[in-house]
Design a protein around this ligand. Structure first.
Ligand SMILES: NC(=O)c1ccc[n+]([C@@H]2O[C@H](COP(=O)([O-])OP(=O)(O)OC[C@H]3O[C@@H](n4cnc5c(N)ncnc54)[C@H](O)[C@@H]3O)[C@@H](O)[C@H]2O)c1
Length: 340
């Protein structure tokens, strides 16, 4: 069977994670090109995979003109995802787009329509849905192990601030989009229902210098959600938290409770005579979700080859964007906002 050829767009942090995964773990695929508007970054990633014939470009159009490929993996700053998704679809190229899908539901609709009209796959990068622990929990919940979920709590705390482009909330939808999109998706996925309304509060505790440039910037938020089936959701967001990469969830059901994920990097715990007890915490998202990134990239290729629908669709991406936008509105207005 011929291999699915991939063009990676955006050779930054997430782009490199996908590049590594496609290079090392995804059979039936091969990297064909890397595009970055900073050509040196594209070249440096290509150099990393130097045993393969991969070309670097600083525009997507140059890649289209010079190399044949079947699919793109889009890992650029969020606000430009839509341009690349729509251009790829118009060229009949399958699309994997990193989360958040984009910054507005209007753009989500344009992206979904472009891919549908072109008949190409559109998968969004909510890799928690491929994490063995989260998947196990989802299956147990669906089997009724804890009864009906009534409270779903999900948190993501990042050790450091993400890249500069994500600091201006007007351009990126802020930390709730960049860091906590995963939590919105997790709550919707685990509860099996849609969002109804949101009330969110936020503060800037640690980054006063960023607040001087972007007055709406927050590094900490608490989000409460009402779901259509009556269940409640809660997200807490801290970035930077400095202590590690922390991604956990807790589901309270009518018959029990479930805890998903751990900050601990390994099962080893050391106790000493001096009454110390210590273990190592997880420090990076790419390490924490390594297996999940491999599974989601394999799934994308399987969907292209079989024509089956991805488990994370453009509609799922749009629901998370709608909730993030409503949560940011709630923070600004100081009152609950309906999620449409
Ligand atoms: N799924 C996850 O867990 C996860 C983790 C990190 C980032 N992300 C997402 O991936 C995307 C990228 O984030 P990142 O942290 O890798 O950012 P980054 O800044 O590290 O990388 C972005 C790259 O895109 C390039 N770029 C900027 N403008 C471009 C343009 N117009 N055309 C082509 N390339 C351009 C930059 O030069 C840079 O190399 C974001 O949407 C982010 O939310 C997802």
């Amino acid at each position: 069977m011929s291999k699915i050829r991939i063009c990676l767009i955006g050779a930054g942090r997430a782009g490199e994670v996908h590049g590594d995964v496609y290079n090392d773990y995804v059979k039936n695929s091969e990297m064909a090109a890397v595009v970055d508007n900073n050509l040196e970054k594209a070249k440096s990633l290509v150099k990393k995979y130097s045993l393969k014939e991969i070309l670097a470009f600083n525009t997507f159009q140059d890649a289209i003109n010079n190399v044949k490929f079947d699919a793109v993996v889009i890992a650029t700053p969020t606000s430009i995802h839509s341009d690349y998704v729509i251009k790829a679809a118009k060229n009949k190229i399958h699309v994997f787009c990193e989360k958040p899908m984009t910054t507005t539901t209007y753009d989500c609709d344009r992206m979904i329509k472009a891919c549908k009209d072109a008949g190409v796959i559109l998968q969004i990068g909510f890799m928690r849905r491929f994490d063995p622990g989260f998947l196990y929990a989802k299956n147990l919940i669906d089997e009724g192990a804890i009864g009906k979920p009534i409270i779903i709590k999900s948190l993501t705390h990042g050790p450091e601030l993400p890249e500069k482009w994500s600091l201006d909330i007007k351009d990126s939808d802020g930390m709730l989009a960049e860091v906590n999109s995963h939590d919105f998706d997790t709550i919707r996925w685990l509860s099996g229902t849609e969002f109804e309304s949101v009330y969110a509060v936020a503060e800037n505790f640690k980054c006063p210098e960023i607040g001087k440039i972007f007055p709406d910037f927050y590094d900490t938020a608490v989000v409460s959600l009402k779901l259509r089936n009556g269940a409640l959701g809660l997200i807490d967001s801290v970035c930077p938290c400095f202590y590690g990469y922390d991604a956990r969830a807790e589901v309270v059901g009518t018959k029990g409770i479930m805890f998903i994920g751990s900050l601990q990097d390994s099962t080893t715990i050391t106790c000493t005579k001096e009454n110390n007890i210590f273990t190592k915490q997880t420090m990076s998202w790419n390490k924490r979700f390594h297996e999940a990134y491999i599974s989601e990239d394999r799934h994308f290729i399987e969907c292209i080859l079989s024509g089956k629908k991805p488990v994370v669709t453009g509609e799922d991406g749009k629901k998370a964007v709608a909730a993030v936008v409503a949560a940011n509105n709630s923070i600004l207005k100081g009152k609950p906002v309906n999620i449409v």
